[in-house]
Design a protein around this ligand. Structure first.
Ligand SMILES: Nc1nc2c(ncn2[C@@H]2O[C@H](COP(=O)(O)OP(=O)(O)OP(=O)(O)O)[C@@H](O)[C@H]2O)c(=O)[nH]1
Ligand SMILES: [Mg+2]
Length: 226
């Protein structure tokens, strides 16, 4: 060891080579530990006051003050264990809804937030707006995640009733979709739903690239349904 230290001291070049090798070794170790996450561009829509901004702030770990209605759009990056989501929220007021279609292009998944305490008329409005979105050519076969809030997440009967009123299954036809309720108090559950949704998006992308998988995937399309 002492002889080696003396050798390195005397031979500056050898010392530099050893230092570079050690540096390269450290870099390789760090690279191995890095988990490469897929990134997805998602769109978050829903009527005004549905809870989109609040949901995204909570997912980002922000102390959300009531920031008021979103005028135009806002962007948030949400980090999950399996992916990074770049989520664009567009305001849901009537005056903004007519511009929603400008934000469709490039979306790999749609999150549609519904206020579970809405009246029947409001639910019908949400259903009709969602249907219009899904019929747009830029949203063709884009996977859908419907998230219902402001209700008891254990009340499966009420959730099923809301799901029926939204009539998601028939407006989705062959599209991949999930529908579930969340509570702002349970961020882990919210993230778990998004992770499932990301897996659904990835699965659809794979089956589009490999048509042989398409038939086998069909039954797996509707997950997280009440
Ligand atoms: N009880 C309850 N209130 C919520 C929940 N999510 C949002 N809110 C409240 O609902 C109101 C509207 O929330 P926002 O997140 O601003 O709604 P938004 O969908 O972003 O509305 P726009 O930007 O106008 O389209 C706020 O007062 C929130 O505090 C929820 O899960 N439970
Ligand atoms: Mg908002």
């Amino acid at each position: 060891m002492v002889v080696y230290a003396v050798y390195l001291t005397l031979n500056k070049n050898a010392f530099e080579c050893q230092a570079i090798s050690f540096f390269q070794f450290c870099c390789k170790c760090c690279q191995k530990k890095q988990i490469v996450k897929e990134e997805y561009a998602l769109l978050a829509l829903g009527l005004s006051d549905a809870g989109k901004s609040t949901l995204l702030s909570r997912l980002c770990g922000e102390d959300e003050e009531d920031s008021g209605p979103t005028n135009g759009f806002s962007m948030k990056d949400v980090s999950l264990t399996n992916a990074i989501l770049h989520i664009k929220e567009v305001g849901g007021s009537e005056s903004i809804r007519r511009y929603w279609h400008h934000y469709f292009s490039g979306s790999e998944g749609l999150i549609f937030v519904v206020d579970g305490s809405s009246s029947d008329a409001e639910l019908e409005c949400a259903r009709s707006e969602l249907q219009t979105v899904l019929l747009h050519q830029d949203m063709d076969q884009v996977p859908l995640l419907v998230l219902i809030n402001k209700i008891d997440t254990d009340d499966k009967e009420n959730q099923a009733k809301l799901s029926g009123k939204l009539d998601i299954q028939s407006i989705c036809a062959s599209r991949s979709f999930m529908i579930d309720a969340y509570s702002l108090e349970d961020v882990t559950h919210m993230k778990m739903l998004l992770e499932k949704f990301v897996s659904m998006i990835a699965q659809r992308a794979n089956s589009c690239n490999n048509p042989n998988l398409k038939e086998a995937d069909q039954d797996e399309d509707v997950i997280g349904r009440f």
